[in-house]
Design a protein around this ligand. Structure first.
Ligand SMILES: Cc1cc2nc3c(=O)[nH]c(=O)nc-3n(C[C@H](O)[C@H](O)[C@H](O)COP(=O)(O)OP(=O)(O)OC[C@H]3O[C@@H](n4cnc5c(N)ncnc54)[C@H](O)[C@@H]3O)c2cc1C
Length: 457
């Protein structure tokens, strides 16, 4: 950890979130299965969960560790509030699915519905939040605006500082590092095959159709493959000659020591966001700091991302440091019989950002003084994969019949994970998906559709 980051934080997560984690899922690769899922994040595991529930034989290949990347590093918010209108019905389904899964699992994943509050320090912020009530209304969500006094009753710290809040009491939270591995454990008990440290190097294609995958440990035959590779999906598709405009931003998180209970849900102030944890601390993050490390793809997809850039440039920090040369000359093509970038980076484990940690500390002092003196016991960062319109792709890939894509969840894939997994399972099986997936078409990036950014990360 850089010395400036270590000033703010006792220790960076070196074991929990890196390839030093022991390999737990070591199932032998079958010769043949029905569906291969690439990626053991929340999206891959949830997709496999619902495929298995429909009696389908499924293999999940994870190059590093189950939930080693975004799916364990996130804030743990399971939020309907503030969603893109097209995502909202899926996330409503998803939060109910989280609730049902939490009951079925034998691990406490910390799922609880204690609400999400967006706190407004100015009338202008409150007016901006208010606009989302029109998105919520057709779904009979319990979202409402809170008065100053109501916010003070909800958040028991520094009363009088808020003009009001947008609040959804039925929103939830869970512990990401527990939730996805627990789901994977249960999935394996239900007969799915899960293999960690197993990169999928390439698709196996016969007569123009998907015939399986080539992994670093051998070939597996399957008639369908779901790419749920998070930040790596664009690279996987590049090797197939397919362009997926996708970039990454670094987001930094910390957890406090056990803390006074000032609020049991998830709250976002303009400067800092907090979530009560199962262990009695808070997960803390700086609001609105997203760092993009400039790379070849930044230039390749610049035009695709222009609308998103215009809408959110205030929150974007461009970074040129680190291994810029390497990032500007990435490997985009390889053969199935050679080691791939997926094997070279088993777990994407970026350094936490000193600037974000500094802002978190300042944000706590300003907004949540009851938490400000608590040490950060641990801090970490994750690379969020983002699409130009900040909503995911959930679709078939027309160039390769049998290949499906579930990626680009743009900073809000944890909450929607089970809903997206159910949708993907039914899409692969050719069953009705029950939601309008027009906004999530892969083709929107190529058919001249305007990129209309969703509400943000
Ligand atoms: C700091 C942070 C905070 C966030 N906060 C929230 C939040 O509060 N609420 C919310 O809803 N969302 C949040 N998100 C977003 C959420 O975590 C992600 O959208 C979600 O986890 C994405 O899941 P995924 O399965 O698509 O990707 P990932 O979890 O990144 O998983 C993809 C997996 O695919 C594997 N993989 C890639 N290529 C290959 C290959 N070729 N072979 C084998 N395996 C491969 C990778 O190793 C990886 O494990 C946050 C994200 C971050 C980083």
């Amino acid at each position: 950890m850089s010395s400036s980051a270590s000033k703010f934080c006792y220790r960076r997560s070196m074991v929990v979130y890196s390839e030093r984690m022991p390999v737990r899922f070591t199932d032998a690769l079958p010769e043949r299965t029905d569906v291969v899922v690439i990626g053991g994040g929340v999206i891959g595991i949830a997709t496999a969960w619902f495929l298995r529930a429909r009696g389908v034989a499924v293999l999940v290949c994870e190059k590093g560790r189950v939930a080693g990347e975004q799916s364990s590093r996130n804030w743990g918010w399971i939020r309907q509030q503030g969603r893109d209108a097209a995502e909202l019905p899926i996330v409503i389904e998803s939060i109910n699915a989280w609730e049902a899964m939490a009951r079925e699992l034998d691990t406490d994943i910390g799922f609880t519905r204690r609400g999400v509050a967006y706190l407004a320090a100015t009338e202008r912020q409150l007016a901006d939040f208010e606009q989302w009530l029109a998105v919520a209304a057709p779904h009979q969500l319990d979202t409402k605006l809170l008065s100053r006094a109501e916010v003070d009753a909800l958040i028991r710290d520094r009363p009088g500082q808020w003009k009001g809040a947008l609040y959804t009491p039925s929103d939830g939270r869970a512990e990401p590092f527990k939730a996805v591995p627990a789901l994977a454990d249960a999935l394996r008990r239900r007969g799915a095959v899960i293999r960690e440290s197993c990169a999928v190097r390439a698709l196996d294609v016969e007569a123009g159709k998907v015939a399986g995958v080539v992994t670093e440990h051998g070939r597996v035959h399957a008639s369908a493959v779901v790419c749920a590779g998070g930040a790596w999906s664009s690279l996987f598709l590049a090797n197939l000659g397919i362009d997926l405009p996708q970039l990454t931003v670094r987001a930094t998180v910390a957890r406090t020591a056990v803390a006074p209970d000032i609020y049991a849900g998830n709250a976002a102030a303009p400067e800092v966001a907090i979530r009560r944890r199962l262990d009695g601390g808070y997960t803390v993050a700086a609001s609105g700091i997203n760092e993009h490390f400039v790379a070849a793809d930044s230039f390749r997809y610049f035009r695709d991302f222009l609308p998103a850039l215009r809408a959110s440039h205030r929150f974007l920090d461009l970074r040129f440091g680190g291994d810029l040369l390497h990032r500007l000359t990435p490997t985009r093509r390889w053969r199935a019989d050679e080691a791939t970038p997926f094997e070279r980076t088993r777990v994407l484990n970026p350094e936490p950002s000193p600037k974000a940690l500094r802002n978190m500390r300042a944000g706590l002092e300003q907004r949540f003084p009851a938490l400000a003196q608590l040490p950060f016991e641990e801090c970490w960062a994750g690379m969020i994969d983002v699409t130009p319109d900040v909503v995911p792709v959930m679709d078939a890939v027309p160039q390769y019949p049998g290949l499906y894509l579930a990626t680009g969840f743009s900073g809000h894939g944890f909450g929607i994970g089970p809903g997206a997994g159910r949708v993907m399972a039914d899409l692969v099986l050719g069953r009705p998906v029950g939601h309008d997936l027009e906004r999530f078409r892969f083709g929107r990036f190529f058919d001249g559709s305007p990129m209309v950014p969703g509400p943000g990360l």
